[in-house]
Design a protein around this ligand. Sequence first.
Ligand code: IPE
Ligand code: IPE
Ligand code: MG
Length: 248
Amino acid sequence: MSSIKDKIDLNKVPQHVAIIMDGNGRWAKKRNKDRIFGHREGVNSAKAVVEAAGELGIKYLTLYAFSSENWSRPKEEVEALMSLLVQGIRDELDNFIEKNIRIQVIGDLSKLQTEVRQAVEESIEKTKNNAALNVVIALSYGSRDEIVHAVREIARKVKEGDLDIEDITQNTVSEHLYTSEIPDPDFLIRTSGEQRISNFLLWQISYTELYFTPILWPDFKKEEFFDAIYNYQQRERRFGKISEQLSK
Ligand code: IPE
Ligand code: IPE
Ligand code: MG
């Protein structure tokens, strides 16, 4: 079977793809199931996309798994999401090691239950020397919280005399975010038809290409990911310049 994958130029894949994995609840509702059923299938989509990103040689894949605002959901749903996460990470750990995948996490981990934090920390520790694909899980993540955290760190350094105000640059801000060692996303995908950012990577996406698809996350598998990457490759990123200035 021919695939859109064959049309993708492997020399021009985005270095970093970020995904807002949305629409699990609506997918389940359409099938008269409860929301957790949608989250469970959503885990399979995450696995598929990790595999697809690996096949294309993408270096960084950031998955928005749970936002700081998602703590306000019903308790049973939060618990189900956390246990799916722990189970998913445990089930996949050997696969990550075998495929040379490094797990990183961004977010406020202090809010997580001990069991969840331990599972996350174990996967980070056991994959820390891997280098093929970096899977960054945004967990208990909120971009405004992240920026506040960075501002506090910078202010502390100024107060203690370790940093001169005049030396604060864009790099200083970037270096104090959770993503300090991760390049900015080239491409951001949001599923489920919503066209909003929902407090995700606000600083980091200032020049990211955005892609919104009506497909619900549980229906988003490898082919849909390849479609999105192909779409990215048809775009011209100008970064404020004009077309003629870009080296082809
Ligand atoms: C995304 O699906 C998963 C998380 C936000 C954790 P939703 O649960 O938001 O599904 P919808 O948007 O209600 O359909
Ligand atoms: C964004 O989805 C967060 C994640 C996908 C983890 P939400 O479903 O929480 O976003 P809103 O509330 O509809 O903006
Ligand atoms: Mg949603």
